[in-house]
Design a binder for this molecule. Structure first.
Ligand SMILES: [Zn+2]
Length: 442
């Protein structure tokens, strides 16, 4: 009996030791995340409100309206998303979006439009599109796209019929020489996330610890300046115009969720919107599930909510009217810039060219001759660090200003601007504009 007791005590000691070591290891592992919660993220929040206090509404020089929105997002029509309008629309409203151009995965080789969501929902334009084999197409009309035909002829057909064709996932191989593509992603959240995918654990644990309060800063952890993609964009622009835009690639699918089905069962749904199980409600369901939310979910643990994707990076398009067609036309002209919105709202930012009398005669995306313009100018609602890039080379910088003017001195080239925000003495990319294309007098 004594021996038995001894063994039990010994076992108990070993188990306690293993548990303690385990707990200490976990604690050491989460120290950096806890530190972010108590120090790094509150400091970033403070920096953001300090920046916001410096807001100065810029004079409107560009005679068009800045509509901001997202391109490349998925809804329930995609096999890897369950997103419904009850979730998409509130997220869009909260992120102050004017438009969403969806890019749902096609259901078959014969890809029909309209489908899923399209139209104007509570002042948000939603346009249907397809993402397939490295491109996004938005036909902008009722049609059936036949993906059995060669890709080039499909692209030509969409463009000739007034639609939009974009290069997506620009980290991958593409036919960069095809002049029918109108725009390319110069930033895509999923592209940026790829270097984190091999080691997801820190990202997930950080989301658990900092989840609801600081999710936007948690998501910002993935950010890397896409230098290779930006360099490619500059190099393509040397021989033909291709517009730069941002992709959110939102799926709202890195989650664990549960919902009641119509016949009283519970469906558990995991990452990539895959069904984990379909079960009779048991103790687990009774414990975890509450009243269904607007999307029908009685339980959810979410990493990539629509709001946080929609608020991460936007494309601002200077347009004449609030319509899908006009926004598309102005996007194709390059009247657009991209902005990392969770750092600060970029509305008011403008980039344009002026003549000798200081009249605006071209805006980002436009082509103009050296003889017609004197300066390029940019104005920002917040003080920024400007970087002027000509044909892919940084040719000038200016720190901590709202406005910037540059005399082009008859020098042709593609001039684009980058604007950086100063967050705790670190310059963080905030805005990339499309270039103004300045050519020699003919
Ligand atoms: Zn996608």
């Amino acid at each position: 009996m004594k021996l038995f007791r001894k063994i039990i005590i010994k076992l108990f000691k070993i188990v306690s030791l293993v548990l303690s070591i385990g707990l200490i290891a976990v604690f050491i592992y989460i120290i950096p995340m806890l530190w972010k919660r108590i120090y790094t993220y509150p400091k970033l929040e403070k920096a953001r409100s300090d920046l916001q206090a410096k807001y100065k509404k810029p004079i409107q020089y560009i005679q068009k309206t800045d509509y901001k929105g997202v391109l490349h997002a998925h809804s329930y029509w995609s096999h890897d998303s369950r997103g419904v309008i009850e979730e998409i629309l509130p997220a869009a409203k909260k992120a102050n979006l004017d438009f969403i151009f969806l890019s749902d995965h096609a259901h078959s080789q014969l890809d029909s439009f309209p489908r899923s969501y399209h139209g104007i929902y509570d002042n948000v334009i939603i346009e249907a599109g397809t993402e397939k084999s490295g491109l996004m197409v938005t036909p902008m009309k009722d049609t059936v796209l036949n993906w059995n035909q060669p890709k080039d002829s499909l692209i030509k057909q969409v463009v000739n019929d007034g639609g939009l064709v974009l290069y997506v996932h620009t980290e991958e191989k593409h036919d960069w020489a095809n002049p029918d593509y109108q725009a390319m992603e110069i930033y895509n959240i999923h592209t940026d996330f790829k270097d984190e995918e091999d080691d997801l654990l820190p990202f997930v644990v950080n989301s658990v610890i900092n989840g609801y309060t600081y999710k936007h800063w948690g998501m910002r952890e993935i950010f890397d300046k896409q230098t290779v993609i930006l360099a490619r964009w500059d190099s393509i622009n040397k021989f033909r115009k291709v517009v730069g835009m941002a992709a959110v690639d939102a799926h709202n699918n890195q989650n664990i969720r549960a919902r009641y089905t119509d016949d009283g069962m519970v469906e558990w749904v995991g990452p990539n919107a895959k069904q984990l199980s379909l079960v009779e409600p048991g103790w687990k369901e009774k414990l975890l599930m509450g009243e269904p939310d607007a999307g029908g979910w009685g339980f959810k643990f979410e990493l990539d909510t629509y709001f946080h994707s929609f608020n991460f990076v936007n494309t601002h398009v200077f347009s004449d009217t609030f319509s899908n067609k006009n926004i598309k036309e102005n996007l194709v002209k390059g009247h657009a810039f991209i902005a990392f919105e969770s750092l600060a709202d970029a509305k008011g930012f403008q980039y344009y060219a002026t003549d000798i009398e200081n009249n605006v005669n071209a805006i980002m995306g436009d082509s103009i001759s050296t003889g017609s313009i004197k300066q390029i100018q940019v104005i920002s609602p917040l003080p920024v660090h400007f970087k002027l890039i000509r044909n892919g080379e940084v040719i000038d910088t200016k720190d901590n200003v709202y406005e910037y003017k540059y005399d082009i001195k008859n020098k042709a080239g593609n001039y684009r601007m980058e604007a950086f925000l100063n967050y705790n003495n670190k310059l963080i990319p905030w805005i990339y504009t499309n270039p103004i294309y300045i050519h020699n007098n003919l």
